[in-house]
Unconditional design. Structure first.
Ligand code: OSB
Ligand code: MG
Length: 361
């Protein structure tokens, strides 16, 4: 039986980016149940298409109207991808089903997902993504984050941002690895402003231009010293290949739920490795379900930069999973049980469910 639930869990603090402010995590969780086996996956979409064009409604529509017809729990993920390729786009909808298959398959084999995915380090290096706030408030959060041991600090920037925040951070913390994420907030007219970021010695500038503008990123990359990281632009293996061939990218933020799942993520990681492009695993404020997939992938030996996979407490007072991740020395270990290794706290989960239905009997 395949079903979905939509849950709404309040964030401990509003998360502000150039495209909006999130107060809750509104997540689509898929559950596959057969006998004793329960497998899960989480879509990376939100209620509105502000980050990419897909949203929670289009994910359910795609699964219900098209993808469930080709889904079978017997499929290996790559086989599902072959069948799903007939339907254009909608990689977030495809991705959540593909990831469900990885949980099903690895649970069937009795193996933890991070090992089922290939060569694992047994831990993931962790960075933190800090939402926009006042300079004082962000400095306080950064100070706490440095103390907690995060291996990279990412701040959000937007058009018209004053450089005071980055100046203040650098004045206070001379050496820590800092990155800036623009979430597509700039255009080709802003290169002069973006060049000013070079003075802050950022590890990279993430997604400055609209996601379609691969060429624009290639042009910007020639103008500035700061390495360019792509997030939203990388929607598939093909768009990763395109960005690499156009020399538009130094670093790729992989979110498996954005690129159509874990197999595509692994393929992008291979491609990146061949071309000396660095990769790290991003996040979308996921619950403990999506987080476990991300931590498992981030443990892969091909991942060579800290990711946005903070421990659960940074996002929620209470998460929907019984198990939560803990960070030690800026690292998080994936769970050792079969599959994603986490279980749902049903009492809490049911309490914050806002809709749900059976998709396949
Ligand atoms: O651009 O990486 C992003 C959150 C929501 C949407 C987009 C992004 C983010 C984050 C948070 O930066 C990463 C996380 O901690 O999950
Ligand atoms: Mg980003």
């Amino acid at each position: 039986m395949l079903s979905y639930s939509k849950i709404s869990n309040p964030l401990v603090k509003p998360f502000k980016t150039s495209f909006g402010t999130q107060l809750t995590r509104d997540a689509i969780i898929l559950t596959y149940q057969e006998g004793e086996t329960r497998a899960f996956a989480e879509a990376v979409t939100e209620e509105a298409p502000l980050y990419g064009y897909e949203d929670n409604f289009t994910v359910i529509h795609m699964i219900n109207s098209h993808l469930k017809g080709i889904f079978s729990p017997e499929l290996e993920p790559y086989k599902f991808n072959e069948k799903a390729a007939a339907y254009r786009g909608h990689n977030m909808a495809k991705g959540v089903l593909e990831m469900l298959l990885w949980d099903i398959n690895s649970k069937r084999e009795g193996k933890p997902l991070h090992k089922f995915l290939g060569k694992s380090k047994g831990y993931a290096d962790v960075g933190v993504s800090i939402g926009m706030s006042t300079v004082e408030d962000e400095l306080k959060t950064i100070e706490q984050s440095v103390k907690l041991g995060y291996r990279r600090i990412k701040v959000k920037i937007e058009k018209g941002f004053n450089l005071a925040l980055l100046k203040a951070i650098r004045d206070r913390f001379e050496d820590i690895p800092i990155s800036a994420d623009a979430n597509q907030g700039f255009t080709r007219d802003d290169f002069r402003l973006l060049k000013k970021l070079d003075q802050f010695n950022l590890v990279y500038l993430e997604q400055p231009l609209p996601l379609e503008d691969i060429n624009g990123h290639a042009l910007l990359r020639k103008e500035i010293k700061t390495p360019i990281c792509l997030d939203e632009s990388i929607e598939s293996v093909e768009s990763a290949t395109n960005a690499i061939e156009r020399e538009a990218v130094d670093v790729i933020n992989i979110k498996p739920g954005r690129v159509g799942g874990l197999q595509n993520s692994l393929d992008i990681m291979e491609k990146a490795k061949e071309n000396d492009i660095k990769v790290w695993i991003g996040g979308m404020l996921e619950t403990g379900i999506g987080r476990s997939f991300n931590v498992s992938l981030a443990s892969n030996t091909m991942v060579n930069m800290p990711g946005d996979t903070s421990p659960n407490f940074r996002y929620f007072k209470k998460d929907i999973t019984n198990e939560t991740f803990e960070m030690r020395d800026g690292r998080i270990s994936p769970y050792k049980g079969p599959g994603i290794g986490v279980t749902l706290d049903y009492e809490f989960f049911n309490g914050i469910q806002v809709e749900g239905a059976r998709l396949i009997d």
